[in-house]
Design a binder for this molecule. Structure first.
Ligand code: FES
Length: 127
């Protein structure tokens, strides 16, 4: 047996499974790990994304538009679609950030999202 530092899963070799999370209007880029939701990635990396219900699909404040890589995210559930019906400015690319999880790395390695302007304003006004 070899001794390996396998005590914790905190470090990882998930880089090849991760996607680069590009956010329109943001100069920083973020990482979206396999299995991670967009909201989880945002919270872990300091990207402001509102989440009034705490990420349990009970509001629509985490609404984002996925412009690239959406085919590699989990499929929207009926509950998510119901919540999106309540959101403003919904389009075909709309998802709830707390529900959309990365299933696999896109071919070009990028998931690109936009946070609707009205949502950014709500966040900046101190929520
Ligand atoms: S945080 Fe409420 S639905 Fe995503």
């Amino acid at each position: 047996m070899t001794s390996s530092p396998a005590g914790s899963a905190a470090t990882g070799s998930a880089a090849t499974d991760s996607a680069r999370l590009a956010v329109r209007g943001e100069s920083r880029t973020f990482t979206l790990a396999q299995g991670q939701s967009i909201l989880e990635a945002a919270m872990a990396q300091g990207l402001a994304l509102d989440h009034a219900c705490g990420g349990v699909c009970a509001c629509s404040t985490c609404h984002v538009k996925v412009h690239r890589g959406g085919e590699c995210l989990s499929t929207a559930s009926e509950d998510e679609l119901d919540q999106l019906d309540e959101a403003r400015d919904v389009g075909l690319e709309s998802r709830l950030g707390c529900q959309a999880r990365l299933l696999r790395r896109p071919a070009d390695g990028v998931v690109e999202i936009a946070v609707p302007t009205w949502n950014v304003n709500a966040v900046r006004e101190g929520h």
